[in-house]
Every structure is written in structure tokens, then in C-alpha cells.
Design a binder for this molecule. Structure first.
Ligand code: PA5
Length: 443
């Protein structure tokens, strides 16, 4: 398999044997299950344990939705949203909607916000389409997707009747608990289980990511194949110097220890923008606790050089950057010679746009390193399902190692509850009477 290449030569980090040992010990905790949060390690061997039967059930359900609907509304938030969104964006032609011919249903997302306008506009637009929905919530009780599901469920039932609605709604949730599980059982929806031992942000390779992607026409078998290869490449017993996840984890850990508190993930391919968003959740929720953790930020380049470039070059020197570099574009465009040369661009004539992009990347890397922003470079050969599957698993494995090196539980997110408590108190949710009184007194 063509895979990623990690290059830390411009990070300024030299990894000592002691550090290598520390990383391998942190990685071992993922296998021995002796670290914090050990009831959430199901993702470690997930790619190799996905069965053909499960993939068959996913692709068969996706085929049913594709047959019934030309618009599939995928409802979820956080880990129940970002993985599918990230891979879908990476694999999609951003201008598909401008093409007259489109054989795939459009997959859109809801329940990742509580915006009335967003919800209204999507509901209105959905009226011009035949629709189905995939509702995803591990807990089955998250407010944002629950609101969106209530609305889209009602819309589907109103249009098609309850019996047909049950064919157009698929639920992905816990095997036994939560309001969504109860609804799925009562209404007879096809449902998929999110394994107990896989947390939301590590769930992209479960039905959470795979079903919406299969429904969108993405080759999920290739995605899983790529993740399986990366699982092998970063497995227990692989020497440190051969293990890109361990090397990435240690490099960023040492940068953090040297005062680099912000990691900027960037790419020169706009398709990867939502990989950044998925990565931000993965690292932010896994490491940002106990007063510790690198702040994960992101840029899309070269666009953000004209907005964030100034700060990165000369602002607070607490930054380092990790660039996902794509070796080969999918398409080919050459810049043509122009007789008048009024724009002065003839020095580029005959060059491909990707050559210019690559030189921009190199120039930026050198400028940022000179400006005190260390650089980690992850080169992927191209953007396809297999490569992206490998990239996702690479980041997950590195995140587990990195969290343990930092001394936190990478698999919980206690801080996420704080806003929910306040929101429920302000909305007078039953059971929150005391909190309501207390919060109203503060206003
Ligand atoms: O990583 C996580 O666990 C969270 O981001 C969850 O995915 C997010 O809060 C959504 O939760 P749920 O799937 O229970 O609705």
C-alpha cells in the first residue's frame, strides 16, 4: 500500500533513546489496557476486526438508502459527525453540485448545531428531494442531534407515512441504552451499534463513519483497508524508528515541553479542510484537560497565508505546524504562455499548478522555520480512500500515545458536560430545578 511519510527534520527535535523508550511504553499501555480510560480501547484493533459481514450489512443498508433517496440527511455532532464529514469532503468534488449529472445521492449534515436558520433552510431545501436520514448518537441523548432528528423524523413520516419512514431512517447508537435506542426499537428502524469500548472521536471506522460514507458512494472497504495497513505499520513490536505514529507523538510532545503550546494542522489541498476539523476534535478532547495539552488549530493554504500568515510568521512564538502534503494531485492543468504577458506570469508558463503549489509549500516551510515555527511534514501520495483510511488511523494511534505521554486520560471528555448543565438549567429541563435557581441568580 502507498502510505504516508513522516518528516520531522525541520522540527528541530532530536529524539533521544530515553524518549523513544517513553513513547513505546505509552504505546504499550494501549495494548496492555493498563492505562487510564482502558475501557475505551476498542479502536486500537478496530480496523483488523471489522468483519466482512458488518461491511456487507453497511453497504446493503447504504444501497437501500441510495435507492430511496437523492438527499440523505446525516444527523450527529462531535465524533458522531466529524469523521464522516471529513472523509466525505476529502473524497468529493467540491463543484459536484454544478455538474448536471450526479449519480450519487447528496449527503448533508444536521444536528451539529442548534441554528434555527440552518435547520429551516435544510428542511426547506429537502422538500425538493426524496429524503432519508441516518441519525447517529452514541449516548442517544445529545440535545443537538435529538432536536434535528425530531424535525426530520416528522418530515419523513409526514411525507411517506410511518411504515415507509422506518425504511428511510437508520439509527446508529448504543447497543442497549438511550432515547435513540428506544425509538429505533419501537419504530423498527434498521440500527447499527457503536461499540461500548469505542469513544465518539475514535469511531470513524465504525458504522458512525462507514454508513454515511457508503451512502455517499465512498469506497469504505478501501478506507478500512488503508486503516488496517496503518494498524500493522504502527502495531506493538514495530521498532520506534519505523513507527510513524510514535515518532509524531514524541515530536509534538517534545515541542510542547519546549514551550510550543499550539499545533497548527494545515494542508495545501482545500479538500482536507475537514480532516483538520476532525483532527482538532480528536486531539483537543483527548489532550486538553488537567490544565494541560497542545491547543489544536488549523489552516487551509495558501488561502490562510493571507489571513493567518502574518501571525504565524511573527506573532507569539508558541506555535509549531504539521503539514499534510499531497504528492500527486488528481488532475492536470498547465499554465499557458501568453504573448502579451500583461500579468507577468510567463515565468510560470509550461508549469503545472501543482508545481507552483509545491514551491509555495516549500517556501512557506522555510520561512516559518526561520521565523521560529518548527515544522512536521506528513506526505501522503494522493487523496484516495485507502490513503485517507491510513491517515485517520495514524492520527488516532499517535493521539493515544501522545495522551499517555502527557499523563492524561485521552479517552474521556469531562469538560464537555459543563455547558450542557448550564444549558439545561437555563431551559428548565426536568431534574435541573436546583441548577436553574442557581444559574438564574447569577444573571
Ligand atoms: O468524542 C466524543 O465522545 C464526543 O464528541 C461525542 O461524539 C459527541 O459529544 C456526540 O455524542 P453522542 O454520539 O453521544 O451524541
Amino acid at each position: 500500500m502507498k502510505t504516508l511519510k513522516l518528516d520531522i527534520r525541520k522540527s528541530g527535535i532530536a529524539i533521544s533513546d530515553a524518549m523513544k523508550q517513553q513513547a513505546l511504553e505509552a504505546a504499550d499501555l494501549l495494548y496492555s489496557g493498563k492505562g487510564a480510560g482502558n475501557d475505551f480501547l476498542g479502536w486500537v484493533n478496530l480496523p483488523s476486526s471489522i468483519s466482512d459481514e458488518e461491511l456487507d450489512k453497511i453497504t446493503a443498508t447504504a444501497a437501500r438508502l441510495r435507492e430511496k433517496a437523492d438527499l440523505i440527511i446525516c444527523i450527529g455532532i462531535g465524533g458522531s459527525y466529524l469523521g464522516a464529514k471529513a472523509v466525505l469532503e476529502a473524497m468529493s468534488n467540491p463543484f459536484q453540485y454544478l455538474h448536471k449529472q450526479n449519480n450519487n445521492p447528496t449527503v448533508v449534515f444536521a444536528g451539529q448545531n442548534i441554528s434555527e436558520d440552518y435547520t429551516y433552510e435544510l428542511l426547506e431545501a429537502s422538500k425538493e428531494h426524496s429524503i432519508a436520514t441516518i441519525v447517529i448518537s452514541k449516548s442517544g441523548t445529545t440535545t443537538e442531534p435529538a432536536i434535528a432528528f425530531r424535525l426530520f423524523k416528522a418530515e419523513i413520516e409526514k411525507r411517506y407515512g410511518k411504515e415507509e419512514a422506518a425504511q428511510r431512517i437508520v439509527a446508529i447508537t448504543d447497543k442497549a441504552r438511550g432515547a435513540l435506542k428506544t425509538q429505533a426499537d419501537n419504530e423498527g428502524y434498521t440500527s447499527f451499534v457503536i461499540p461500548d469500548n469505542v469513544g465518539g472521536r475514535f469511531s470513524v471506522l465504525t458504522p458512525v463513519g462507514l454508513l454515511p460514507l457508503a451512502a455517499a458512494g465512498i469506497d469504505v472497504r478501501a478506507l478500512v483497508r488503508g486503516a488496517q495497513a496503518m494498524e500493522q505499520a504502527t502495531a506493538q513490536g514495530v521498532a520506534f524508528d519505523e513507527n510513524p505514529a510514535a515518532i509524531y507523538a514524541v515530536t509534538r510532545y517534545q515541542l510542547y515541553k519546549s514551550g510550543k503550546k499550539v499545533e497548527i494542522l494545515g494542508s495545501y489541498e482545500p479538500r482536507l479542510q475537514y480532516i483538520n476539523e476532525w483532527w482538532k476534535q480528536l486531539y483537543g478532547e483527548s489532550e486538553g484537560k488537567d490544565g494541560k495539552g497542545i491547543f489544536p488549530a488549523s489552516v487551509t493554504l495558501t488561502a490562510d497565508l493571507h489571513s493567518m500568515g502574518q501571525y504565524i510568521q511573527q506573532g507569539e512564538r508558541t506555535l509549531f505546524e504539521t503539514i499534510i502534503s499531497v504528492a500527486a494531485p488528481r488532475h492536470h492543468i498547465t499554465i499557458e504562455h501568453d504573448e502579451a504577458n500583461l500579468d507577468g506570469l510567463n515565468f510560470l508558463a509550461g508549469k503545472r499548478i501543482s508545481e507552483v503549489n509545491a514551491k509555495a509549500e516549500l517556501g512557506v516551510q522555510l520561512a516559518h522555520v526561520d521565523g521560529g515555527v518548527p515544522n512536521i511534514r506528513i506526505e501522503i501520495p494522493e487523496i484516495n480512500e485507502e490513503v485517507i483510511g491510513g491517515l485517520l488511523y495514524f492520527f488516532e494511534k499517535a493521539c493515544g500515545i501522545s495522551g499517555y505521554m502527557l499523563g492524561v486520560n485521552p479517552f474521556n471528555q469531562p469538560g464537555v458536560e459543563a455547558y450542557k448543565k448550564n444549558m439545561f438549567a437555563l431551559l428548565n429541563k426536568p431534574g435541573y430545578e436546583e441548577e436553574s435557581k442557581a444559574i438564574l441568580a447569577r444573571l
